[in-house]
Design a binder for this molecule. Structure first.
Ligand SMILES: Nc1nc2c(c(=O)[nH]1)N[C@H]1C(S)=C(S)[C@@H](COP(=O)(O)OP(=O)(O)OC[C@H]3O[C@@H](n4cnc5c(=O)[nH]c(N)nc54)[C@H](O)[C@@H]3O)O[C@H]1N2
Ligand SMILES: Nc1nc2c(c(=O)[nH]1)N[C@H]1C(S)=C(S)[C@@H](COP(=O)(O)OP(=O)(O)OC[C@H]3O[C@@H](n4cnc5c(=O)[nH]c(N)nc54)[C@H](O)[C@@H]3O)O[C@H]1N2
Ligand code: SF4
Ligand SMILES: [Mo]
Length: 665
């Protein structure tokens, strides 16, 4: 008999949806939305629905595999765990524990996935990654400005007069916010979309502002310039609650509006219009992550924050500098369980530059890489170097569900469960503030085991098994400890399937910021010269590197795909995916290219081939290739991207990328 059970989406996404899953004979039959979820209200996207295919796929890795003479052979769990544990023990003795690198991302939002850190710390401390390919530059930027990165509750957008969607592909990546946008529009709010691509969200906007990629900081500076010239700034906020406004004024005086218009490729009329929009409060701003994946990404977010501050849209209902919502994750006791005190040694590599770091590491060299919740061969920039680095180490252990580009290089692959095969709690610190419960619904196929089971087994073999002697419920309760003091319990969560976390719906409404000065900081007081706002441009731009721009005249964006979460779904499509190379009309004209033609896109780092598609209304000289396609299907676009770090060192420069294009015969 089929039963319908409530569950939750584990995917790394803004929305963190509630599910209703049909289960029959220990098998997931269908994944739908849970109509009773307070935010996601029964609607989910195709990626969520496809978790049924991901769970039941015949391509799942079902047994531990070991590479022998270049071929994978099935081995027992005991053999795999014994051999990996022995290797870990020997590496620690001979070279020290930091000869092991833990390479990971956040492919699964489950809270118990964080126990990998506990394992590696109890082992003695490995080389870890810092920074984020995803949102690092912007998070750090908001920490400098506000002291933290907090967003408004989803409902609050209904109080906005104007809504500015700045570089967020809402209709594609954040579907429940898209619904809210439509609701707000119906109530009379005006929507402005600032993006180099005329995406599905731009289509519902009252005004679409097409901008040169990477130039948004300058655009914000131009809008501030006009706000100040019209005298529309919020003097009370500036005088009572901010620090460093004079520095911002000086900066803005150093450039003319005409120059800003020339560099951003946005007309003076539109800049003036936006000045009036921001002053016509309350105006809420929703920044995406695309616009900060540039060398100048931190400064870009800081200048947009500055614009929102100058116009008095901070701490007010219907306003806000919405980027992420770290309040959500801060509700849980994640760091308490990491056993950081057990680290005897530590070393950190930048997530962007992990491959270069592996290749150049000394004292100790990297002897083993363990990959969890990530597919670096496809997702980390500058793929050819990533491939070299991950092939260079003597042992590569990949914990995976599928034979990804990364798994193919492994010495050991350990098969892991999908979310429907284990109990966990799911939340996202990106948008709403509800935590969801996802119970174990079906048995794991073959010999697939949860990541946590793998850590527990390895911990026993390495002599610290007692650190892992807890049931899943006990772990979950430990993560919920602070919340239980506020009257929330695991039982309640299990019964209700989601709970609202006690976070602020309108952050900073008391104007007490978490910065060193306690004020909003236009100039970050403790950051020296780096703390000053600048009129910065991307690394790969004609303003910064004219010779490069001459050779490679087009901006390459590699945005998130519609139907796949990064590299997780493409390989399960009924029809094999193809690389689609989307170009602005002027590029197609200049190279006499037509839809469907085979083209090559290249730069000094690499090349990809794919089929042309002309993008109406895209900003001139812009190309987009959706990210996430595996090498065997013609990917990865990260052959082209750079492993540079953002200005504040914590973000990627994935979209700061110049390329050229040609037709192939
Ligand atoms: N369908 C789908 N949804 C997803 C994901 C997925 O893989 N697939 N991934 C999830 C994850 S992990 C994340 S991080 C989020 C990301 O969510 P988003 O931030 O929405 O997605 P991105 O694809 O990073 O980029 C979004 C937009 O930024 C624009 N952009 C790029 N450069 C610039 C610029 O210089 N200026 C401006 N103004 N705009 C620019 C792009 O044209 C695009 O419209 O999405 C989540 N949701
Ligand atoms: N060019 C370009 N590159 C990008 C981006 C871009 O916009 N452009 N976006 C960046 C962003 S925002 C992000 S967040 C990253 C995402 O990068 P990743 O997180 O590496 O990408 P995914 O494809 O989501 O997931 C990686 C693997 O995790 C596995 N996995 C899923 N669940 C589990 C689990 O429970 N346990 C284990 N052990 N494995 C699991 C999946 O099978 C999948 O193969 O990519 C970044 N890379
Ligand atoms: S991927 Fe995002 S939008 Fe789709 S079901 Fe999961 S949480 Fe919801
Ligand atoms: Mo991301």
């Amino acid at each position: 008999m089929a039963s319908i059970v409530k569950s939750a989406c584990p995917l790394n996404c803004w929305d963190s949806c509630g599910f209703q899953v049909t289960v029959e004979n220990d098998k997931v039959i269908k994944v739908e939305g849970d109509p009773s979820h307070p935010i996601t209200k029964g609607k989910i996207c195709g990626r969520g629905r496809m978790l049924e295919t991901r769970t039941n796929s015949p391509e799942r890795i079902l047994y531990p595999l070991k590479k022998v003479n270049g071929k994978f052979e099935q081995i027992s769990w005991d053999q795999a765990l014994d051999e990996i544990a022995l290797e870990l023990r020997e590496i620690k003795e001979k070279y020290g524990s930091t000869a092991v690198l833990h390479s990971h991302d956040y492919a699964n939002n489950g809270i118990l996935k964080n126990l990998d850190q506990r394992f590696f710390n109890a082992y003695g401390g490995v080389t870890e990654l810092y920074g984020s390919l995803c949102w690092g530059a912007g998070i750090e930027a908001q920490k400098w400005d506000f002291g933290d990165a907090y967003g408004h509750a989803p409902e609050d957008v209904l109080n906005s007069k104007n809504i500015v969607v700045w570089g967020r592909n809402v209709a594609r990546t954040n579907m429940h916010f898209y619904e809210k946008l439509l609701e707000a529009k119906k109530k009379g709010a005006k929507i402005y979309v600032i993006d180099p691509l005329y995406n599905a969200t731009a289509k519902v906007a009252d005004e679409y502002i097409s901008v040169k990629p990477g130039m948004d900081g300058l655009l914000a500076a131009g809008i501030i310039k006009e706000i100040l010239r019209f005298g529309l700034e919020d003097r009370e906020f500036i005088e009572l609650h901010s620090y460093g406004f004079e520095d911002l004024e000086d900066l803005i005086k150093g450039i003319t509006l005409e120059k800003i218009s020339e560099m951003t490729e946005v007309s003076i009329e539109l800049i003036q219009l936006l000045a009036k929009v921001f002053a016509d409060k309350p105006t809420s701003t929703f920044m995406g992550l695309g616009l900060q994946r540039y060398k100048n990404g931190g400064n870009t977010i800081r200048l947009i924050d500055a614009l929102i501050a100058v116009s008095g849209n901070i701490g007010i209902t219907g306003g806000g500098a919405n980027y992420a919502n770290l309040q959500v994750g801060q509700s849980f006791d994640v760091s308490n369980l990491a056993l950081s005190s057990r680290k005897e040694k530590q070393r950190q590599f930048s997530i962007m530059k992990q491959a270069e770091e592996v290749l150049s590491a000394i004292d100790p060299e990297i002897k083993m890489i363990v990959v969890t919740c990530g597919n670096p061969l496809t997702q980390v920039p500058d793929s050819s170097i990533v491939e070299k680095a991950f092939s260079s180490v003597s042992k590569l252990v990949v914990i995976e569900q599928f034979m990804t580009d990364t798994a193919q290089l492994a010495d050991y692959i350990l098969p892991t469960t999908t979310s429907f095969e284990e109990d966990d709690l799911y939340y996202s610190s990106m948008y709403h503030h509800y935590v969801n419960y996802g119970p174990k619904l079906v048995s794991a196929p073959g010999e697939a085991k949860s990541d946590l089971w793998i850590w527990t087994q390895l911990a026993e073999r390495l002599g610290f098994g007692e650190d892992f002697q807890f049931s899943r419920d006990q772990w979950l309760e430990m993560y919920l400890q602070s919340l239980s003091q506020k009257g929330m319990s695991l039982d309640q969560l299990k019964e209700n399937h989601n709970l609202e976390l006690p976070v602020k719906g309108v952050p900073w409404d008391d104007f007490k910021f978490k910065t060193p000065s306690g004020k909003y900081e236009f100039t970050a007081i403790n950051k020296g010269i780096k703390g000053q706002l600048k009129l910065a441009v991307p690394d790969e731009s004609k303003w910064n590197n004219p010779e490069l721009a001459e050779k490679f005249p087009y901006n390459l964006l590699t945005i998130h795909p519609l139907r796949s979460n990064h590299s997780q779904h493409y390989h399960l499509f009924p029809k094999a995916p193809q690389l689609r190379i989307e170009v602005a009309e002027n590029i197609a004209d200049a190279h006499h290219l037509k839809d469907g033609e085979l083209v090559r896109v290249w730069n000094n780092r690499g090349e990809v081939k794919g089929y042309l598609s002309i993008l109406p209304k895209a900003h001139p000289n812009t190309i987009n290739i959706d990210e996430g396609i595996w090498k065997r299907f013609g990917g990865s676009v990260n052959n082209l991207t750079s492993s540079g770090e953002s200005d504040n060192g914590l973000g990627s420069t994935l979209y700061d990328c110049l390329v050229n294009i040609e037709k192939l015969n």
